[in-house]
Design a protein around this ligand. Structure first.
Ligand SMILES: [Zn+2]
Ligand SMILES: [Zn+2]
Length: 344
């Protein structure tokens, strides 16, 4: 079918022109969704440490220019042909899980999180650092009315990651659960762990964050710069779970001896360096190390509803889209308290 475009409707986009290059603010034509897709008028998008994969080209197969962003909150403003389960005007989010094929062996087992052909927003296709984005319906999570876009955005990666990792960790109410790192992930991990009814230990470096950690729900604070955190955990009886959020393999390695019997190091902080552990450390006490990546949009909805119910919220610094480079630098500096969110 021939179409005549009378007027081009531009939108602002923060794109990475090539791996390692600086962000560019450019204008593009607002794209149209096809079958199986919706167009989202983006209202807010979190800036996540994993956006470095797009910025630096550390993920294989990214096509440039690419728009990062996998903590997207907005409103559906157009639906593609045949889309009936999502409506114009509906508030939705997109997280790390940017779509699955529904046909691979993992999908046929219902394990969409581990789809062989999983798509990732901001990596496989343009993400939320822009005024409008196209998303496949498999990637959509509904946002409850009581959460604002800025509140919802960081819950769609940092939130779901810590919430989902903890709820699948096997820890039960009353168990000793440590959260290593009080940053973008950790400050949410402490809140979820507290609301799950765990005996929460926050592990940070230095004394400055102790008061904040307790305010967020930690029962105990361990300063790993001043004490041996593994020994301190053993004095408390040994951790059932340590949620390792700071991307430091060295710090994680040092905590393994703080696990109690059947204890589990749950790894969500992404470092490329190896974790060091001896077989004996794992054999004695039947300890395990497990990694965890985010979750499906259905898990995102659980995260949002739980946060709505219990008051868990990220602490947020906002930047306008035009200042994406500044926002990204702020996230990288590690000084943001604690999640950086772009507003459109
Ligand atoms: Zn992320
Ligand atoms: Zn699949």
């Amino acid at each position: 079918m021939a179409t005549t475009r009378v007027a081009v409707k531009p939108m602002k986009v923060a794109q990475v022109p090539k791996p390692g290059a600086d962000f560019e603010i450019v204008e593009r034509e607002i794209p149209d969704p096809v079958a199986g897709q919706v167009r989202i008028k983006v209202q807010a998008c979190g800036v996540c440490h994993s956006d470095t994969l797009t910025k630096e080209g550390a993920w294989p197969g990214i096509q440039y220019p690419r728009v990062p962003g996998h903590e997207v909150a907005g409103v559906i403003d157009e639906v593609g042909a045949g889309v009936t389960t999502w409506k114009k005007g509906q508030r939705v989010g997109v997280g790390w899980h940017g779509g699955h094929d529904g046909t691979c062996r993992e999908c046929r087992r219902g394990d969409f999180r581990n789809c062989k052909n999983q798509k990732i927003s901001g990596i496989s296709y343009d993400g939320g650092y822009q005024q409008y984005m196209i998303a496949p319906i498999e990637a959509l999570a509904a946002i409850p009315d009581t959460l604002s876009d800025v509140e919802a955005a960081p819950l769609l990666c940092a939130g779901i990651t810590t919430y989902n990792a903890l709820r699948h960790s096997g820890a039960l109410p009353g168990d000793l659960v440590a959260v290593q790192g009080i940053g973008g992930l950790g400050h949410l991990g402490i809140q979820f762990a507290h609301k799950f009814g765990y005996n929460v230990v926050a592990i940070g470096r230095g004394g400055e964050t102790a008061a904040l950690a307790k305010k967020l729900g930690a029962n105990t604070y361990i300063d790993s710069a001043a004490t041996n955190a593994a020994e301190a955990l053993q004095k408390l009886g040994g951790a059932r779970v340590i949620l390792a959020t700071a991307p430091s393999s060295k710090a994680m390695s040092g905590l393994i001896d703080g696990l109690g019997p059947n204890g589990e190091l749950m790894v969500v902080g992404a470092d490329f360096e190896p974790i060091q552990v001896s077989p004996v450390q794992l054999i004695v006490g039947s300890r395990t190390i497990q990694g965890w990546a985010a979750g499906t949009p259905s898990d995102s909805e659980d995260t949002l509803r739980f946060s709505e119910l219990t008051g868990v919220r990220a602490m947020i610094e906002t930047f306008p889209l035009e200042k994406a480079a500044e926002a990204y630098a702020r996230m990288l500096s590690g000084k943001a308290e604690f999640r950086v969110v772009l507003t459109m």
